[in-house]
Design a protein around this ligand. Sequence first.
Ligand code: GLC
Length: 632
Amino acid sequence: MIKRFTLGSPIDTDAVVGRLPVTDISEFPLALETGEKTVISFDLRDGEMIFGLGEAIRGINKRGWIYESWCSDETNHTEDKKALYGAHNFIIIENRFALFVDFAGKIEWDLGYESPSRAKITLDGSDADIYYITGKAPRDMAIRFRGLIGKSYIPPRWAFGYQQSCWGYAKESDFVAVRDRHRENKLPLDAIYMDIDYMDSFKDFTVNSERFPDFQAFVDDMKASNIHLVPIIDAGVKREKGYSVYDEGSERGYFCTDKDGEEFQCGVWPGIVGLPDFLNPDAREWFGSKYDALLDYGIDGFWNDMNEPALFYSKQGLESAVKKLQAIDPDTMDIWGFFEMRNVLFGMQNSYSDYCSIYHDLGGRRVCHKDVHNIYGAFMTRAAAEYFEKKYGKEKVLMFSRASYIGTHRYSGIWFGDNFSWWSHILLNLKLLPSANMCGYLYCGADLGGFNNNVTPDLLLRWLALGVFTPLMRNHRALGTRAQEAYSFENVSDFADVLAVRYRLLPYLYEAFRRASDEDDMLFRPLAFDYPDDKIARETEDQLMLSDECMIAPVYEQNRLGRTVYLPEDMTLLRLSGERVDRTELKKGVHYIDVALNEVPLFLKKGKKITLAEPALNTEELDWETLEIIEG
Ligand code: GLC
């Protein structure tokens, strides 16, 4: 059952589909304090687990830490952080109830941090819809919640193929080389990503004509070899007279303003930009139609970035920082002065006070950004998706967004942002999957191999062996990092073996994905969902259930030749590598399993079946019909 409670007059965040009748607030079953802030609190029972919050750091069981809903351009995904890029305000209190707090401002989730046996949710405001959901088990509550928020986005089928990205591919020949080297090395590939360098001076919806003298011929040539190009679009629009996107947006008043009603100016990749006011439906429609600049070439995939929105600095913040720095006398500055100077410099990025000085036009009502921060990026992606759907219908364009709110899952996927080439981030990737799924994000994945920092071939292979199962399977890295394309290392055949497994499993994975989307279900579940009475399964957070047939348990530590796996029931271990499938029958319990670097372990439940296709070099060439059946 779902009950909706309304406080004040909340804005329409586009999170839910359909409108539930409002239940009188006197029936709200938890402690509630209202005022400038809203506080919901309740006791936690011994051993009770908490799930949810989508894209957030730490464990699958969220109990024992304090989190924030505040879409953040946060590159350090470390345990001290409270928020990442998405705001997914949904939690499940194991077998009792679930809550969806539909509120676009900041929320603090103290889930047993201040007091281990008490949860306290603090909303920075007084207008919200709160949905109280009950069900017999966490999975039912998640399904019920998904029914409320609408069907998950399904990308085109090619988007389930392997994809290569790098911030640094700049000119035509870079992309051609990536395609050709995959081909030469018999490595599969379906898409190559175009990061900011394809643009002219980082201006959205432009293509640099020196780097791409004949962009149409280039797109056609890639398409002819079944490679899709996926360009990035950033939220900020360069403020430059004569640049038609800026001129049009400015003339029509489509940019966010400051307190005096002037366009708010901040610095991102292109230098000073205007932030399109995605909360204004007219601005949304206008921005969506701008994707035509690339769609018209036959481009059919995009990633929307920097849409939290990320601000390196604001114009006003920079001016005040420069003044402060000019007043410094290096001869008299003590160490505290030095620290202060450092704070002035680093405090400019994504500063809360800047977010408080941006204004939106919400149907003629002026709204301060801090109160709607968490839907800004979501509404950018909505703008694009609504346009794509109008133009082509569903499932034609791949899109994923960095910032998101509940509701974005109907329009696009998400990727988990700027992680590091760290072993611990393989595990973080795994833990994010079920939490994102609960919140509707089925098409999601992390930068495989890690974005920041230098990769090693073993780390990449282990990470890819997890990526084989994630709907979005993209290898991406930052500018200046060590090459991490699958052909960059001595043992290329190991990479070919692991990537082949993705294509062999694709018909099964694609069907499982569609089923999860149709049934509002999760593709990945914590073991605790399926084996709630099994003490070890409840605490196992480095393995996941995959659909209704399988369990996955990737190796995620350096120099490991295998790993310890807990089997909550008898299962068949499949060691998949290239065309090879080795079977081992295993009994319920703890096992150490060997896993070579070119192998992908998969556990199949007894009585369940999966299918395997012949290996292929891309989704077009894959034979989706001739399948081998493997029984557990
Ligand atoms: C951001 C994105 C990253 C991208 C970079 C340059 O950091 O998260 O994926 O490569 O910007 O566009």
